[in-house]
Design a protein around this ligand. Structure first.
Ligand code: NAD
Length: 336
């Protein structure tokens, strides 16, 4: 196997704990890798960098084109722009891909959930354009551009085709935001009609869409939406399959990709060694597939599926008592 060079951002809060567990699993499964460990978030400030997203970290990802990232905390109200928003915009990581599936052994209200959220990652209300019009009156600008809406729609349809998925559902609020969400819909429809008419296509107003997800998530396949909706729907859907500890993610651009779990730095449990590393391990599996290391990816996936099926090594979020490291050890013990 060729040796890969991968940027590792351990992150803040539970980030270092789940990152270290994930590294151990990936290496034990046979990944030949040199990690370039670099900071972001509070960790960067603690290490003496002036910004929460050091230039050195961004340049390393631009150079090596691939990163595995733990969650980071952006200090609130201290003038720092969100690390994640900056990273996604600077590297043009325009597609967030978040597969949500029922896992063996994890009992929830739902079975057979298998959907993928494709979230536009660079625009919408995350453009960061806010103004104080007069004292006491502020505005926040929602940006939608035809190139970005078309790009994410094309990505979603291409993804659906490659993964043999049948349907794309766009969540929107174009009844209220007629121009911005209207443009998003217009671009999605056009890509469907012109390039992928063989994939089923539907549009649902997001509030009704939330109800439909909760009533029967199995009718959802690939969900396509703008930035903020994707953020909210990701956490909602995580709740269907066992919580934030079990939902991975990828941020994909044309030149680089950053793999990270959907969850944040979980300050409430940080430093206790009890965080579930599975979401980052699963993000690592997505990264391995991206690197065409399918064999190692499958070994890891089979191992954690086996651990979950046994039901003995659950972390606290899944109702068990295993620590972060014990869960990783169990996965390693099941590698075949
Ligand atoms: P969070 O995802 O950190 O936590 C929400 C809840 O889920 C908490 O109760 C937490 O304990 C639990 N949880 C999350 N991940 C878990 C895991 N792996 N195992 C067990 N339990 C887990 O969301 P939050 O509390 O809203 O945000 C905390 C911080 O994280 C904020 O500073 C936020 O900006 C940041 N954040 C970062 C990212 C990222 O870096 N990608 C994403 C979301 C939030």
């Amino acid at each position: 196997m060729a040796k890969h060079t991968i940027v590792m951002i351990p992150g803040d809060g539970i980030g270092p704990e789940v990152s270290s567990a994930t590294r151990r699993v990936l290496e034990a499964a046979g990944l030949s890798v040199e990690w370039i460990v670099l900071p972001a978030g509070i960790q960067a400030i603690e290490q003496g960098f002036e910004d929460v997203l050091p230039k050195k970290t961004v340049e390393a990802i631009q150079h090596y084109k691939i990163a595995l990232k733990g969650p980071v905390t952006t200090p609130v109200g201290k003038g720092f722009r969100s690390v994640n928003v900056q990273l996604r915009q600077k590297l043009n990581l325009y597609a967030a891909v978040r597969p949500v599936r029922s896992l063996p052994g994890i009992k929830t209200r739902y079975e057979n959930v298998d959907m993928v959220i494709v979230r536009e990652n660079t625009e919408g209300l995350y453009s960061g354009i806010e103004n104080e019009v007069v004292p006491g009156v502020v505005t926040s600008l929602k940006v939608a551009s035809r190139p970005a809406c078309t790009r994410i729609a094309r990505y979603a349809f291409r993804y659906a085709t490659k993964r043999h998925r049948n349907k794309i559902t766009v969540f929107h609020k174009a009844n209220i935001m007629k121009l911005s969400d209207g443009l998003f819909l217009d671009c999605a429809r056009q890509i469907h009609d012109d390039e992928y008419p063989n994939i089923q296509y539907e549009e649902i107003i997001i509030d009704a869409g939330c109800m439909k997800i909760v009533q029967d998530p199995t009718r959802m396949d690939v969900l396509l939406m703008e930035n903020l909706y994707g953020d909210l729907i990701s956490d909602l859907c995580a709740g269907l399959v066992g919580g934030l500890g079990v939902v991975p993610g990828a941020n994909i651009g044309d030149d680089a990709a950053v793999f990270e779990a959907v969850h944040g730095s979980a300050p409430d449990i940080a430093g206790k060694g009890i965080a579930n590393p599975l979401a980052l391990i699963m993000s690592g599996v997505m990264m391995l597939n991206h690197l065409h290391e399918e064999r190692v990816a499958t070994r890891i996936k089979d191992a954690y599926d086996a651990v979950l099926s046994e039901g003995k090594s659950f972390t606290r979020d899944l109702g068990g008592t295993a620590t972060t490291e014990q869960f990783a050890d169990a996965v390693i013990a099941h590698l075949e």
